[in-house]
Design a protein around this ligand. Structure first.
Ligand SMILES: [Ca+2]
Ligand SMILES: [Ca+2]
Length: 370
């Protein structure tokens, strides 16, 4: 009886294994974890230049495609290199990354196994930094962010690729398309022929993912600019004359050429967007520049006071992602100031934005938390 049970269990086990490895490729999901994203670009970068049997049908539409013959090489986690040939044409090249992965980006199949990401903290590891070229931009102009990684204190040893997943607040702005331009003679690509990048944005959800990978199986050591991320802000909605574009790094995965994770810390920043021509076409009689607002103390304590030369009608506080936070506040007599209370223990970040609505317009201020 036990023997029969053993055979039955063995049979089920073998059948199960065959189902799991009854191999299908979802084109673009190179690591076969159920989702196409920047991490798959890193896998394709590791396998870049490899060749093998063409996949039957050479179909890269989003469906389970029979894998056909396996390739000679596997990734360190056992996934066959055939998965990196996203379009099934028998080699891992630019088309797999910039056509198939791009076309199928963010699509999922089955149960998604979350990818692993780097972690790190400022001062003890390298950091990816987002630096706006200007802190104040008019609608119709480009907002440009320099993206860099590492510095003289924390150079990146054995860099092979990086995925930077970012969030921004799409609620108040109407933007054009996000673009990435790699740094000229970039430290990670001095020959200008050994790296590839892919930028994909999901504007309705305020997400941007940038993947950069080297392509020649050789790591490089260095630090500094990766490139520039930019968007043209076409307009600000809700008739606001000023708003902020908040940009925050959500996740980073940085690897060496053996797919070991390199530790790195994230960053966040913001740019003030001014509506073009607001001084002449504003709904308000007084140019907004004439609204003076002061916050004391700032860095704030639990209680603080906001004072303006204009009559204040309301206020709101947002975190770096544009999420509105609870704040209790009370206008003081004369309404040129109000007293506010905020629970510092509930605060998600060290930087908040306060919008102060006055009779003459809106002022956006930073609240610094220590
Ligand atoms: Ca994947
Ligand atoms: Ca291919």
């Amino acid at each position: 009886m036990n023997y029969l049970k053993y055979i039955l269990i063995s049979f089920l086990f073998i059948a199960n294994v065959q189902i799991i490895t009854g191999q299908f490729i979802w084109p673009g999901d190179v690591n076969d974890n159920g989702i196409v994203n920047g991490v798959d670009v890193l896998y394709a970068g590791i396998a870049f230049g490899a060749t093998g049997p063409n996949r039957p049908g050479e179909d890269d539409t989003w469906a389970a495609q029979p894998i056909g013959d396996l390739w000679a090489q596997n990734f360190s986690n056992g996934i066959n290199y055939a998965y990196a040939d996203c379009d099934g044409k028998g080699d891992v090249d630019q088309n797999d990354i910039q056509n198939t992965i791009r076309d199928n980006f963010n699509l999922t199949h089955g149960v998604v196994v979350p990818d692993n990401y780097s972690s790190g903290s400022v001062g003890s590891t390298a950091q990816v930094k987002l630096t706006p070229q200007s802190s104040d931009v008019e609608t119709g102009s480009s907002v440009v962010f320099d993206i860099s990684v590492g510095d003289a204190d924390f150079p990146i040893n054995d860099f092979y690729g990086i995925v930077i997943s970012m969030k921004y607040n799409p609620d108040f702005i109407l933007g054009g398309e996000w673009e990435f331009e790699d740094a000229e003679t970039a430290w990670y690509n001095p020959s200008n022929q050994d790296a590839m990048d892919l930028l994909v944005s999901d504007d309705s959800n305020g997400k941007i993912e940038l993947a950069i990978t080297r392509t020649n199986q050789t790591p490089i050591t260095g630090e500094g600019q990766l490139g520039q991320l930019s968007i043209v802000i076409e307009d600000i909605v809700f008739g606001l004359s000023k708003d902020t574009l908040n940009l925050e790094i959500d996740k980073i995965l940085m690897i060496d050429n053996d797919f070991n994770t390199l530790q790195v810390a994230a960053d966040s920043t913001f740019v003030v967007i001014n509506k073009k021509g607001k001084l002449t076409s504003s709904n308000f009689d007084t140019p907004e520049d004439e609204i003076n607002v002061s916050i004391a103390p700032n860095p704030i304590t639990e209680f603080f006071e906001v004072t303006s030369n204009q009559v204040i009608v309301g206020c709101e506080v947002f975190d770096i992602n544009g999420r509105k936070l609870d704040l209790s506040w009370e206008l003081n007599q004369g309404r040129h100031s109000f007293s506010a209370k905020i629970n510092k223990h509930d605060l998600p970040s060290s930087l908040l934005f306060m919008k102060i609505y006055t009779e003459k317009g809106i002022s956006v201020q930073k609240l610094i938390i220590h």
